[in-house]
Write a protein that binds this ligand. Structure first.
Ligand SMILES: Nc1ncnc2c1ncn2[C@@H]1O[C@H](COP(=O)(O)OP(=O)(O)OP(=O)(O)O)[C@@H](O)[C@H]1O
Ligand SMILES: [Mg+2]
Length: 346
């Protein structure tokens, strides 16, 4: 049984971030979310006691199934939806008391296309920058459009662009007022593979310029490729917040495939009790172990094989992907949910 990284650690991480903030430590969160609840007018509770701290300059991925609460969380941070309880600060500004300052630090690329289709690309960007009270800066807008390969389309009406281009216009619009934090809500949904790669490159370039990026995605590959930290949200609860590398190290399983020169009639008794299985053609022994174990047990296994006179012709190892980990996490909600609740109320 793999060890689930206790949410206690998640909460502990959060309190560390807060205490560092209080003592002027190195980690300075750009966004802090405390005790956030959201119940829609329908009575549906979309967020439950969400505590989260986003570090300056990181790429943070929010993963969760449809309806988990990702867009709700982003919409509250961006001031588009009111929270039922809790507090959000963006770059030190409370999103309710100091709305304008908080909002001007943020660029939002919404999940749905929201452009005015009759405007040109250029007019859309100019208007958006103006709405944030920023002085005219055509050179900045040109850089943004060139970066997104939209410069040639600047005088075209948005309705004449392809779906992928319209999505890029949304990104350009979100960047028009030079935000310090960029939210991307499903940025690459319905976007082809090449464009997805281009967007990933663009996100990395933005991060190099010091922009903090928060993205939601269904593409686990996207989180695996891009994120420094990953949060998993399910039914309005954050069930995990973790460094990506740490997550993969802690939750990943590894497999060692031992290829035999000839089929093995049956599993020798000395090997029973190990997490070992025999392939259906009986030519491969598969040993599964936890990536976090200090002792993998491989050398003992190979020694036992030698004692039994079992030879092998090849060894191959593989590691579980973030997709395996994610499916595992959302597939066992009750257990994790309980643990989370317990950790929070302790
Ligand atoms: N305006 C609203 N009124 C009532 N319920 C809402 C409203 N907006 C969202 N919800 C509900 O809140 C829950 C979370 O929705 P949200 O859009 O935040 O999910 P999501 O994680 O972004 O999902 P997806 O991956 O499909 O975009 C859903 O059950 C949704 O039906
Ligand atoms: Mg959504």
């Amino acid at each position: 049984m793999r060890q689930f990284p206790s949410p206690i650690r998640t909460v502990a991480r959060y309190s560390v971030a807060l205490s560092e903030l209080a003592t002027g430590g190195d980690v300075q969160p750009i966004i802090t979310v405390t005790g956030l609840n959201k119940t829609y007018a329908s009575g549906f509770q979309a967020l439950r006691r969400v505590d989260l701290s986003i570090n300056r300059g990181e790429i943070f991925a929010l993963l969760g199934p449809n309806g988990a609460g990702k867009t709700t969380l982003i919409s509250i941070i961006c001031g588009l939806v009111n929270a039922s309880a809790g507090e959000v600060r963006v770059d030190g500004h409370d999103i309710v008391r100091d709305y304008r300052a908080a909002r001007s630090a943020i660029g939002l690329v919404p999940q749905e296309l929201t452009n005015n289709m009759f405007d040109t690309v250029w007019a859309t960007l100019k208007l958006s920058r103006g709405l944030f009270g920023k002085p005219r800066d055509d050179a900045h807008l040109e850089r943004v459009l060139r970066d997104l390969s939209l410069w040639d389309k600047r005088n075209d009406r948005i309705m004449s662009l392809s779906g992928g281009m319209k999505r890029r216009v949304l990104i350009a619009k979100a960047l028009s007022h030079e935000p310090r934090v960029l939210f991307l809500d499903e940025p690459t949904a319905g976007v082809d593979v090449e464009l997805r790669r281009e967007m990933w490159d663009m996100v990395r370039r933005l991060r190099e310029q010091g922009v903090t990026i928060i993205l939601t995605t269904h593409y686990i590959e996207e989180a695996e490729e891009m994120a420094d930290r990953i949060a998993v949200i399910r039914r309005g609860e954050l069930i995990l917040v973790e460094d990506k590398a740490e997550l993969m190290r802690k939750l990943g399983t590894k497999q060692l495939s031992i290829q035999l020169p000839e089929p093995l009639a049956e599993m020798p008794g000395a090997l029973k009790g190990l997490s070992l299985s025999l392939s259906s053609d009986r030519c491969t022994l598969v040993y599964t172990y936890d990536a976090a174990w200090e002792q993998s047990g491989i050398s003992e296994l190979l020694a036992t094989l030698a004692q039994l006179g079992i030879e092998f012709k090849d060894l191959r190892s593989s590691q579980s992907s973030l997709e395996d980990i994610f499916v595992d996490l959302v597939a066992k909600p009750a257990e994790h949910g309980q643990r989370h609740g317990k950790a929070i109320h302790e």
